[in-house]
Design a binder for this molecule. Structure first.
Ligand code: PRP
Ligand code: URA
Length: 209
């Protein structure tokens, strides 16, 4: 089964509380989702490999660590995943960014794909798929299946809020994918929204409602 990490650092919990508040406007919402993504990225990249390098400080020669140059790709699920990209590329500027466009049909709750553009060398990369919400898990499951067709070395999934239903579905569909989420909420409502959640992440980021 997938390894599931709840990244519930106090700074993340504080920012998430403001994010959830229905009175938080889009400008602040965008800033917060990006900051939370940056903090979560710190945890999701904890296993990056390092190599020894020889350097000289103003005082002495020493052996120090640098990233081994492992190639990464970040793949946001459109639209809402876009809100997480800047925070992550601030930490990993060399990461390539792919895009997968999916929307959830409001009646069937099934994901419908409308766009896919991935780095040409994704087969040589470790991929982090990002989306603020994992509700039924359908969007994440389909996005990851699409990326797997291109044979990346490894895939992780990072979301801000997950429902238990979504985590269960995702980890049984893709047991090889490690999952990072900032909060595991109570359940889904009759419309497939996470309770208590934060509402429609895309609408809140882009101010479309
Ligand atoms: C939201 C969210 C996820 C999906 C989660 O996107 O950003 O992609 O729903 O639901 P699921 O786990 O049940 O699939 P939405 O379909 O509303 O599209 P949008 O980002 O374009 O608004
Ligand atoms: N998509 C959202 O944006 N929010 C939810 O609660 C569920 C799916």
């Amino acid at each position: 089964m997938s390894k599931i990490t709840i990244t519930n650092h106090p700074l993340i919990q504080h920012k998430l509380t403001i994010l959830r508040d229905k009175n938080t406007a889009s400008k602040e919402f965008r800033a917060l989702i990006s900051e939370i993504a940056m903090l979560m990225c710190y945890e999701a990249t904890r296993d990056l490999e390092l190599r020894d390098v020889e350097i000289e400080t103003p005082i002495a020669k020493t052996t120090a660590k640098k990233l081994s140059g492992k190639k990464l790709a970040i793949v946001p699920i459109l639209r809402a995943g876009l809100g997480m990209v800047d925070g992550m590329t601030a930490l990993i500027p060399s990461a390539r960014v792919g895009h997968i466009g999916l929307y959830r049909d409001p009646d069937s709750l099934q994901p419908v794909e409308y766009y896919c553009k991935l780095p040409h060398d994704i087969g040589e990369r470790d991929v982090i798929v990002v989306d603020p919400m994992c509700a039924t898990g359908g969007s994440a499951i389909d996005a990851i299946a699409k990326i797997k067709e291109r044979g990346p070395r490894n895939i992780k999934f990072m979301c801000t809020i997950a429902a238990p239903e979504g985590l269960k579905a995702l980890s049984s569909a893709h047991p090889d994918v490690d999952i990072y989420c900032a909060a595991l909420d109570e359940c889904l409502n009759d419309h497939g929204y996470i309770v208590p959640g934060l509402g429609d992440a895309g609408d809140r980021i882009f101010g479309t409602k």
